[in-house]
Design a protein around this ligand. Structure first.
Ligand code: NAI
Length: 211
């Protein structure tokens, strides 16, 4: 087993944040940073940072700190951002259009290659450089272009059938906005569920506690 396969999800979930901070440091001309200073900026502890980075190898030196650019590229590699995974988006409504135009997929290791919808008024319209395709075109498109990841911006009721079809077409990962719990029927699917409302309700709770 490689070293990376033993990494806990809580460490993995912190990596995008490290990546963002290191990008800012790099852009501001910082070449080297101590774990103490990085910890202060990120509101973490220095030992947490050292433990996290030690999961991936020897990046820092005692008393010398971390080389920003090297660590940035290493995290980029670990997150798989140095290669582009082909992705499709299902549901070109309000959410789908926003995601398709605002996410800068290629900076996040994905390339959006197809967008699908069932509404005839939406099929054939353009989103960025892509034309929205109909669900009838999905099978041939996937067989030809082999996307690995799907972004679901469809209602929960539409999702089970779509996920079943996409799984049969070889889709392995889902960025799921649909509120349908994919892993019940597809335990092997790699799923990231997004529930923006959870964050809002957490904020609501915290505001109440303050009162
Ligand atoms: P919308 O109604 O504007 O867009 C949904 C689109 O999905 C429509 O264009 C529709 O034609 C298409 N669609 C439905 N079934 C389909 C199928 N089988 N194949 C392909 N396309 C299909 O809705 P909106 O605002 O874009 O939201 C989409 C979904 O995301 C909603 O169900 C909503 O509840 C959910 N949502 C989730 C959020 C989250 O944080 N996870 C936040 C906001 C909305």
């Amino acid at each position: 087993m490689s070293r990376n396969e033993r990494i806990s999800m809580s460490v993995i979930r912190r990596l995008p944040r490290y990546y963002r901070f290191l990008y800012d440091l790099k852009e501001n001309g910082v070449t080297r940073i101590s774990s103490r200073e990085l910890a202060q900026r990120m509101h973490l502890t220095a030992s947490q940072i050292r433990q996290d980075f030690n999961c991936f190898g020897e990046f820092g030196q005692q008393g010398y700190g971390y080389m920003v650019e090297q660590l940035y590229h290493e995290i980029e590699r670990i997150l798989g951002l140095d290669q582009l995974t082909p992705a499709i988006l299902i549901g070109a409504g309000n959410m789908g259009r926003t995601i398709a135009t605002q996410m800068h997929f290629e900076r996040r290791g994905m390339k959006l290659i197809g967008i699908f919808d069932i509404n005839p008024q939406i099929v054939g319209t353009s989103i960025g450089e892509l034309t929205v395709l109909s669900e009838d075109e999905m099978v041939e498109f996937c067989q030809t272009n082999q996307p690995e990841m799907a972004i679901l911006c469809i209602p929960k009721t539409s999702a089970p059938g779509v996920v079943q079809q996409l799984t049969e077409l070889g889709i392995k990962g889902f960025w799921n906005f649909s509120h349908y719990y994919i892993n019940d029927a597809h335990p092997d699917a790699i799923v990231e569920n997004v529930h923006l409302s959870d964050s809002l309700m957490t904020l609501s709770y915290r505001l109440q506690q303050k009162d």
